[in-house]
Write a protein that binds this ligand. Structure first.
Ligand code: ZN
Length: 279
């Protein structure tokens, strides 16, 4: 309702009670203003409206910041090392450039591209476990700055393979109840026994630290020491094979703690490449 119409309504009908006050006294002009009783509410409503607008603005800013934060988190997942509360022998930083090419590592996902490997009564296949963990190991080592290749069991590239380290990942059979543990071996007639012994030692120590699994050295077979891939790689390439655990009793570790298992292997490789023994 406009000012003029209010006056008219007041004058003519007398139905509206109101008072007149003066604005702009300094200008010498009397500018009457009618404040109609009962119509003060719009002023209150205006204040409420302004408050509501401020609240809305703050809420929107909060929502935008929340969405921004969640988006950032989605692309920067937290390092689960902290979540595990474990030491981190796998640094997430890359190597400092030295002009030298980064170390090259070959990781074989046992049976991948060839067969299923051991199979459990419920259908769980060894190759599924080996591949899932091998992919995690590759990711961890690439994060370290190394050149890393994921290889299949009978990959053509394995013949004469040249690298700074080569590790083949397998899991032990599913048909022996009451047996738990892991084992590591190198080829019997090694051309670089000192290097391969140190790679094996690093894997024993780091894998044990990360997974908490026991060593099962008694079940290392001659076949494991004559593993075909270790005989095919270039003689000077340090290689090892690891049986990561038994698919029956160590099933939970192999299926549900794959990040720890992968970190154990990646840390073993890093230990070796950085000149340690894992102790
Ligand atoms: Zn196997």
């Amino acid at each position: 309702m406009g000012f003029a119409s209010r006056l008219t309504k007041s004058a003519v009908g007398g139905m509206i009670t109101g008072d007149i006050c003066c604005l702009y006294r300094n200008s010498g002009t009397i500018a009457p203003q009618v404040v109609i009783a009962g119509e003060r509410k719009p002023v209150v409503r205006k204040e409420v409206l302004e408050t509501a607008q401020k609240v809305l603005l703050v809420t929107m800013v909060f929502i935008v910041l929340t969405i921004g934060y969640l988006s950032w988190q989605a692309f920067h997942p937290p390092d689960d090392t902290t979540a595990l509360g474990l030491p981190s022998p796998v640094p997430t930083d890359t190597l400092v450039p030295t002009g030298e090419p980064p170390p090259k590592v070959g990781i074989v996902a046992g049976h991948y591209g060839f067969d299923s490997g051991a199979v459990c009564p419920d259908g769980l296949q060894e190759v599924e476990i080996n591949l899932a963990i091998a992919e995690r190991v590759v990711t961890l080592l690439k994060r370290k700055g190394y050149q890393v290749e994921l290889l299949g069991e009978f990959d053509d590239a394995i013949v004469g393979y040249q690298a700074d380290a080569f590790v083949s990942l397998h899991s032990d059979s599913c048909d022996i109840a009451g047996v738990s543990g892991f084992k590591v071996a190198r080829v019997t007639n090694s051309a670089v026994p000192e290097a391969e012994d140190r790679l094996v030692e690093c894997l024993w120590n780091e894998y044990e630290k990360w997974t908490g699994l026991a060593r099962h050295e008694d079940s290392i077979t001659p076949a494991m020491r004559q593993y075909h891939a270790l005989r095919k790689i270039a003689p000077h390439t340090p290689g090892a094979i690891i049986e990561m655990g038994f698919m029956l009793d160590d099933r939970d570790t192999l299926l549900y703690e794959q990040e720890k298992v992968a970190r154990g292997i990646a840390s073993g490789v890093i230990c070796f490449l950085e000149g340690g023994s894992g102790e």
